[in-house]
Write a protein of this length. Structure first.
Length: 275
């Protein structure tokens, strides 16, 4: 535990030391998606948010705060478990923290027609930010997947407060049943957030299978790439895939860009947004 904390801090210290240079390199690639990521990163890192963004973030955090006081009991029966948890504890444990959800929002907002796939709806906290970013865009939609029926219902109620129904779809059920449906559905995605099942084999499988559903160019964001040794191994395998044009390791998020039209040499970067 202490060793992994030390490793994390050394990693982040070294990343921060080179950050200016890295950003110059990233921008010099002149790749539209890479530029979107860097601009979103800089906006958040240096707190250059517009008044509109600030007030949207405030509204999103109101939803989180409401969940953090919710004593509803959630059953994990669908996973074959007797476990129960309170909504407030699930929110504390599983929902993306504000800075990472805001990063997703800023990236999504910069895309012209985001077709966003999220694996791991949970209570819809990250989904709230994503939907806020795309709700006024013409050709755009959030697709999100969740196994626990009660969480699907809570997220759905929240999404209905933000946007019209045609802007989002929740694939309800265990991924082993819904993922195959998603693969045959007539949708392609230009941004994917993989935050469902933080294990090596499923993470690699989502990555491999989803490549057929990506438009080009596209962004894939993995959450918690350093959550365990298994996730670290998964990230190493994933980022070396021949179809990946760029990778950015943010210690928490691992971001990939797929761009069939890029003639640039494959490159790996590291950035530090938050601890
Ligand atoms: C980390 S949470 C997602 C958090 C959410 N993206 C956010 O930031 O607000 C992961 C979710 O994936 C769901 N999940 C994990 N494994 C699953 C599976 N095999 N089938 C269906 N849902 C699953 C869990 O129930 C949980 O709600």
């Amino acid at each position: 535990m202490i060793l992994s904390k030390i490793k994390k801090h050394i990693f982040l210290f070294l990343v921060r030391l080179k950050q200016k240079k890295t950003i110059t390199h990233l921008l010099a690639q002149d790749n539209p998606l890479l530029t979107i990521i860097v601009e979103s990163f800089l906006q958040l890192k240096y707190n250059k948010l517009s008044i509109t963004d600030d007030s949207i973030f405030e509204a999103c955090e109101k939803y989180r705060n409401q969940l953090l006081q919710d004593d509803t009991v959630i059953s994990f029966e669908i996973f074959g478990s007797n476990k129960t948890m309170l909504v407030k504890d699930i929110c504390e444990k599983a929902a993306s923290k504000p800075i990472w959800a805001q990063f997703l929002y800023l990236i999504t907002k910069r895309l012209t027609s985001p077709h966003f796939l999220e694996i791991g709806t949970n209570l819809g906290v990250s989904g709230t930010y994503i939907l806020e970013a795309l709700k006024h865009k013409k050709d755009s939609k959030l697709y999100t997947m969740e196994g626990l029926p009660q969480l699907c219902e809570i997220a759905q109620n929240q999404f209905a407060k933000i946007s019209i129904h045609s802007k989002y779809k929740i694939y309800k059920g265990l991924y082993k049943n819904t993922f195959s449906k998603l693969l045959i559905d007539d949708n392609n995605y230009n941004i994917v957030f993989i935050d469902g099942n933080h294990k090596k084999e499923p993470t690699i499988k989502y990555f491999i299978d989803l490549q057929a559903k990506l438009s080009s160019p596209a962004i894939i964001i993995f959450d918690d790439i350093n959550w365990s040794l298994d996730m670290q191994k998964a990230w190493e395998i994933i980022k070396s895939n021949k179809n990946v044009t760029y990778s950015i390791d943010m210690f928490k998020f691992g971001i990939l860009i797929f761009d069939k039209n890029s003639n640039n040499k494959k490159a790996d970067y590291k950035l530090h947004l938050a601890y």
